[in-house]
Each structure stands twice: as structure tokens, then as C-alpha cells.
Design a protein around this ligand. Structure first.
Ligand code: ARG
Length: 719
């Protein structure tokens, strides 16, 4: 096998390591021969051209990936990526989540969730020198943090010369490198089509992260711009965006062992963390976060009937909570039965030995790991508080009040000095998020969530709690649940923040308006602000200090790997990456082999008629009658539904088009198998499998079940 990517810390067994790696476009020339050897038919260098084909057709939705599949701005992505917009437009009487949605004409398309965006990356510029030049070794953590923050803001302001563009400065390798990203930002996004959840989310959370799989996880948006072709806010007069490039759809799909690749925006991986960080994450953070998530899920389930208006309001929240509760569970399992930690420790020992074997290296990197770890330990001291404060924010009343008050304070400063998220460039999205609360909130549920999470907070040692918050709630002496609940009930009765107009009006108010308000949530936000700000500053100080060690540690690791001729890719950070591999099954356990394709018949066999295995009757009938249309695959004797690939992906890659050797659309990546989830920390070639919707199933459902022929006609379909 080719010795290609670096198996991040699987020392000693680095023989078969193809397919690992999330490569930055500029790195591709370095691995060009590997791409061609693997089967790529395009010139590998063409993949580095952001505004060329095929890169120009790949877009980010912020959290998901998508692609242009017509010259009329039609965008294909996952069902779970358009889910929030389907949810947003659903009511008890018109439940689009349940029934699915299809616009038969442009006019019938629905606005996506407020704040939805389509980002097209146009420029990536290295800016490491600009960010690092002002940094001095004797800076305090806060000074270093602020210096990086200011340089970034300066670069961003310069880059966002007009509001067509959104720019960001992103760090790679923990701060060793920085790049400036310039993205065309489309602000009028509309929902075009989503199958019923009994197709798009078939198998629900039971099948999520699992194989064998039978999910039609696809959906469509459309990008709109002003009549002048430039990004614009929603308007009925807007016209479909005409992208320079869009993908052709190849309805022949793929066969076992075929070359496939995914261009997309993977969110986060942690393949270069220290053993101390790994151990803490798997033995403390994940178990604790999983428990909080499961508690909120249970609470929502127990307090809302399926299909009720309240449940519909929380479906999107539920899906997100459940997705990662299961994700964490799998990682904990894999960690406990595997050797992740011992291999990580072994890597650190051999890295140290390598560093210490050479005087210059010792001088350069000698203190990196130790220095980093002592700061990591410091961070862990407040992690219990930080985690529960994060989950308390699931209360929309509490988090909205905090954000609104912060906005009023930031508004007092000149724009460039405002905190990220509160600058002029952020206001439109801020406003839209305040609007989105309405379809995602129920006062009683919000109160229950706050009560449940506060109970955990109240168990923290006093030194870790916020005095101001305890005082406000009267929980500074001891926590009495009844008293606390009575207080909450009063607050929810008195607050007017549940009203959209009120929230929007607060966006324009001054700090003095807040301090004199008698809205209890505003009062809480004001009372606790100083302490919350102090926590934020402490964490910035720490993060600035970490910047003096993490980049150095990464430089050592990279030098060490390069000394073994292993090229290194950066951890995922929501920026554009390329991963490639093949269609392939795997062996999840000793004695079991998973084949790479599932078929329509598998849907019938799984079906119970009960959610989440309640396929539409029409689909079941078509399958029983073997009405495969033109989409059957000879070798399978049926229509393929999902397939497995060896691609190195993670959350954020969701919705990425799966491309064949000519960069034609042959499916959508939407998940990874259960055994591969720990891959975010510890990649294993044997177990790492991505799960894709097969284009044949997608087109079959669109044509035969949903009658989405208008979209099939709109796309360029080839064989
Ligand atoms: N596991 C998928 C991902 O993170 C999301 C699938 C959503 N479906 C669900 N049943 N919650 O990309």
C-alpha cells in the first residue's frame, strides 16, 4: 500500500495508510501522483483552483456542505442539513417534516430559516506572518490573545470591502499557520425540496451513525440574488443565482472499489491533541456532555406529544442533541475497549526521545509539551462550570437576554473594537437569530430545560458558581428546588422577551435601558454580566498563553513526522478540504463483513410501520412491485440505497457531493459508521467508513415517489 498520509498516532503500524487525510487545496500538488494512482481522471492541479471546476461548485452552508447542481442556483445537500428550514416552516396542521416538501415552481419555494447563508470560497490567502509578527514572547496571555484578535479583525475588515463577501481568519495546526478566507455570501436562500422524514431520516436515531443504512438523506435549496446578480437580502424580486460552475449528475453511480472523493467543509477533528487532553475528553467531557444531552432529550420527549406544535418547535434541537449524544457514546465505547490512550502516550514518548536526541531540536521544542500540558490542566479546573453554563444556554430566554445586553454594551464602542459576533457585519444575522427563536421556543419547555440544567449548576462547589447568579436566584445559601421553581415561574410570567418585536426592540437599546428594565431575564443578564465577562477574559488569557506552546508543539510533531517522510494535514477547522478513497465495505467486528451497498429491499425488511421505520406506503408498494424504473444496478438486482466509502470525513462534510473520478455527482455523504466516530481523534484505516446516499436512490425517489421531475429536468444528468 502507499505510504501516503500520516496515521496520526498509530505508531508502528503505518503500513496501510491510504485514504486518511483532509487536505487543503494548496497541498494537492504534493499528493498529485497518489490521486492519479487512486483513479482520479482530472488533472489534480485543477482541484486547487477555487473558482474553477469543480471547486467553484462546492459551497458551505455554515455547518454543512452543499453543491450547485444546475445553472439556476439549485443546491443539493443532506436532508439533515435542510432539516432546520423544514422544521422552521412546519406547523401542526402543515407538518412538512412529516409530509416532505416540493416546490413545483420557483414561486412555491419557501424562505429557509432566517440567517441561512450559502458561502462560496473565492480566495484563500496565507496570513501567518501578519498575525504572528506583532507577537512577543513576553506578552501576557491577554495581550497575545488581543493581538491575534485585532490583526484578524483588521484583515477581515479590509477583505470585506463590500457586503457581498464574508471573510474569516482561521488558524491551522493550533496557531502555527493562519489563512484568510474570502467567501461570496448569498443571503437569500430558499427551500426547494425535502423528502418526508420517513425517507430523509429513515431509521431516525436508531440507525443514525450505523450501517446497514437505508436513508434518503438529501434535500435541495436554491440560491437567490438581486436582479444585478449580486447577493441581496430576501426579496420577491430576487432572481436565481447563476453559478459559474455546477456539477453534472452521473446516474450510473459507482461500483465497488471505484475512486470517489469529497470536497467539503469538515468541522473539527482533534488528531494532534496531547494524551492529557485525550484522557480528559473521553473520561470526563464526553460522558458528562452525553448525560446533559440525554436529560434534555428525555425532558422534551416527556413533555411534548409527537406531531404537536411544541414537539415540532423542538425537532431541530432534538435532532442535534441526539446526534451528538450518540456520537459521544460511540466514542466512549471505542475508547474504553481500544488502545487510543496508550498509543497516544507512546507517541509522546517517542516524540520526546526524538526531540532530546538532538541539541538544536531540544532547544527549539524541548518545553512545548510540558508547557502546553500545564495550561491544559489549568483549563480543566473550570471545565465543570464551563460545560454546564453551555447547556444552561439551551434556555432561549436566558441566552437571548445575555446576548441582547452584550450587544448594547458592544454598541458603545467603535465598530472595530467590538467583540466578534457583535460587530456591524454581524447585525443582520443577530437579528435573524432573534427572529428564529419564535419557531424554536416554548415557554414551558424553556423553563423546564433551565430548571433541569440549573440543578446541575447548583451542585458545583461554591467557588465555581457565579455569586451574582446565585444571589439573583436566592440560591447563594442553599439550593431549594421548590423555591427556585417558584422564582422561575414568576420570571417566565413576567418576561416579554418571548415576543419577537420585543427582542428586536432590545437590539436598539442602551445599557441604561437594560439596567433600568424590570424584565427578570434582562435583570439577570445585567446582574451576572461582570462575572460572565470575567470568565470570558480568564479564558482568553489562557487561550493566549496556550498560543505560546500549542504551535510549537505542532511544529515539533510535524518535524517529527516529516523526518519519517510523512506529509501532514491539519485538523479539520470548517475550511475547504479534499478527501479521496474508494467504495468499499469493512469488517465492523471479528466474524462480520459489511458489503458496500444496501438496496431497496432492505427498506421493506426493516419496516415496522412505526416511526422511525415507517416508510411511505407508496415507496413500499413500488419496491414490492419491483418498480425500479431506470435505476436498478445489474449486480445488485435492485436500486442501491446507500453505499460505504473509505473517505476521511467528519461533521460539516454532511451534504458534500460524492464525486466520481471525473468530478461528477454520484451521491451525497451524510454519515460515518459507528466504529469510525472515534476517528475524529484516532483514525483507523480498517474501521473508517463514510456513508453515502446513492444517486440512483435519490433520483428514484424523486421520480417515482415524490414526482420531483421538475428538478430532475433542471439538473444535467449524464451516464
Ligand atoms: N450522523 C449524521 C451527521 O452527523 C447526522 C444524521 C442526522 N440524522 C439523525 N437521525 N439525527 O452528519
Amino acid at each position: 500500500m502507499k505510504k501516503l498520509a500520516l496515521l496520526c498516532f498509530t505508531l508502528g503500524s503505518t503500513a496501510a495508510i491510504a485514504d486518511e487525510g483532509m487536505w487543503q487545496p494548496h497541498q494537492l500538488p504534493k499528493i498529485a501522483t497518489k490521486l492519479v494512482d487512486a483513479g482520479l481522471k482530472l488533472n489534480p492541479n485543477s482541484l486547487t483552483e477555487l473558482t474553477g471546476f469543480p471547486m467553484g461548485a462546492i459551497v458551505s452552508l455554515g455547518g454543512c456542505t452543499a453543491s450547485f447542481v444546475s445553472d439556476q442556483g439549485l443546491v443539493a445537500t443532506n436532508h439533515h442539513c435542510v432539516y432546520g428550514s423544514v422544521q422552521y416552516n412546519s406547523t401542526e396542521d402543515n407538518n412538512l417534516l412529516k409530509n416532505g416538501f416540493l416546490a413545483k415552481s420557483f414561486k412555491e419555494e419557501l424562505p429557509a430559516t432566517p440567517g441561512s447563508r450559502i458561502y462560496v470560497t473565492e480566495e484563500i490567502t496565507p496570513v501567518t506572518d501578519i498575525i504572528q509578527a506583532p507577537l512577543k514572547s513576553d506578552m501576557s496571555g491577554a495581550e497575545r490573545y488581543n493581538s491575534i484578535d485585532h490583526s484578524s479583525k483588521f484583515l477581515i475588515a479590509d477583505c470585506e470591502s463590500d457586503n457581498k463577501y464574508r471573510c474569516s481568519v482561521v488558524n491551522f495546526h493550533g496557531g502555527l499557520e493562519y489563512y484568510l478566507f474570502k467567501q461570496l455570501t448569498i443571503r437569500d436562500v430558499r427551500l426547494v425540496h425535502a423528502p418526508a422524514s420517513s425517507i430523509g431520516k429513515y431509521g431516525g436515531d436508531i440507525d443514525n451513525w450505523m450501517w446497514p443504512r437505508h436513508t434518503g438523506d438529501y434535500g435541495f435549496y436554491r440560491a437567490y440574488v438581486g436582479k444585478d446578480g449580486q447577493p441581496a437580502d430576501y426579496s420577491v424580486d430576487n432572481v436565481p443565482y447563476e453559478p459559474k460552475h455546477h456539477l453534472k449528475v452521473n446516474k450510473s453511480s459507482v461500483d465497488e472499489n471505484d475512486y470517489i472523493m469529497v470536497l467539503g467543509y469538515p468541522g473539527r477533528t482533534n488528531r494532534y491533541r496531547t494524551a492529557l487532553e485525550v484522557e480528559n475528553q473521553f473520561t470526563w467531557t464526553y460522558p458528562q456532555a452525553k448525560a446533559y444531552r440525554e436529560e434534555i432529550i428525555e425532558l422534551i420527549h416527556d413533555n411534548s406529544a409527537p406531531g404537536s406544535d411544541v414537539r415540532i418547535k423542538y425537532e431541530s434541537t432534538l435532532a442535534g442533541l441526539a446526534n451528538y449524544a450518540k456520537n459521544y457514546g460511540s466514542m466512549i465505547e471505542s475508547y474504553n475497549k481500544g488502545t487510543t490512550l496508550t498509543r497516544k502516550q507512546a507517541l509522546e514518548s517517542s516524540l520526546n526521545a526524538w526531540i532530546n536526541a538532538d541539541k538544536a531540536r531540544k532547544h527549539q521544542y524541548g518545553d512545548a509539551l510540558k508547557g502546553l500540558n500545564s495550561l491544559v490542566k489549568q483549563d480543566q479546573q473550570s471545565q465543570a462550570r464551563d460545560l454546564i453554563l453551555g447547556y444552561i444556554n439551551y434556555s432561549k430566554m436566558l441566552s437571548s437576554a445575555n446576548r441582547l445586553y452584550r450587544l448594547s454594551l458592544e454598541n458603545q464602542k467603535p465598530n472595530v473594537e467590538r467583540k466578534g459576533g457583535y460587530q456591524e457585519r454581524d447585525i443582520a444575522r443577530f437579528e435573524q437569530s432573534m427572529k428564529a427563536v419564535n419557531r424554536r421556543f416554548d415557554a414551558q419547555m424553556d423553563q423546564k430545560i433551565l430548571l433541569a440544567m440549573f440543578k446541575h449548576y447548583a451542585q458545583l462547589p461554591k467557588t465555581q458558581r457565579l455569586e451574582s447568579m446565585d444571589k439573583f436566584f436566592g440560591t447563594d445559601k442553599n439550593y431549594n428546588e421548590q423555591q427556585f421553581q417558584a422564582k422561575l415561574t414568576k420570571m417566565y410570567q413576567a418576561t416579554t422577551l418571548n415576543n419577537q418585536e420585543t427582542r428586536l426592540a432590545w437590539m436598539k437599546k442602551t445599557p441604561a435601558d437594560f439596567t433600568s428594565s424590570n424584565d427578570p431575564f434582562i435583570q439577570l443578564a445585567v446582574a451576572s454580566y461582570a462575572e460572565r465577562k470575567f470568565i470570558e477574559e480568564t479564558s482568553e488569557e489562557l487561550s493566549g498563553n496556550i498560543q505560546s506552546y500549542r504551535p510549537k508543539y505542532m511544529a515539533a510533531l510535524i518535524a517529527y513526522f516529516n523526518s519519517q517522510n510523512l506529509p501532514v494535514y491539519a485538523d479539520a477547522n470548517s475550511t475547504l478540504r479534499v478527501t479521496y478513497g474508494n467504495v468499499k465495505g469493512y469488517s465492523p467486528q471479528d466474524g462480520l463483513v459489511a458489503t458496500p451497498f444496501t438496496t431497496l429491499e432492505g427498506i421493506v425488511r426493516k419496516d415496522t410501520g412505526i416511526d422511525p421505520f415507517d416508510s411511505p406506503k407508496k415507496q413500499l408498494a413500488l419496491i414490492n412491485e419491483k418498480q425500479y424504473g431506470e435505476y436498478a444496478k445489474k449486480e445488485l438486482g435492485s436500486v442501491p440505497v446507500n453505499f460505504l466509502g473509505t473517505l476521511d470525513i467528519t461533521g460539516g462534510n454532511s451534504g458534500s457531493p460524492t464525486l466520481n473520478d471525473k468530478a461528477e455527482f454520484v451521491g451525497l455523504v451524510f454519515d460515518g459508521v459507528y466504529e469510525s466516530i472515534i476517528g475524529d481523534w484516532d483514525y483507523d484505516t480498517k474501521l473508517n467508513r463514510s456513508i453515502h446516499v446513492d444517486i440512483k436512490y435519490m433520483l428514484w425517489v424523486m421520480e417515482h415517489v415524490d414526482g420531483a421531475t421538475n428538478l430532475i429536468e433542471e439538473m444535467d444528468i449524464v451516464e
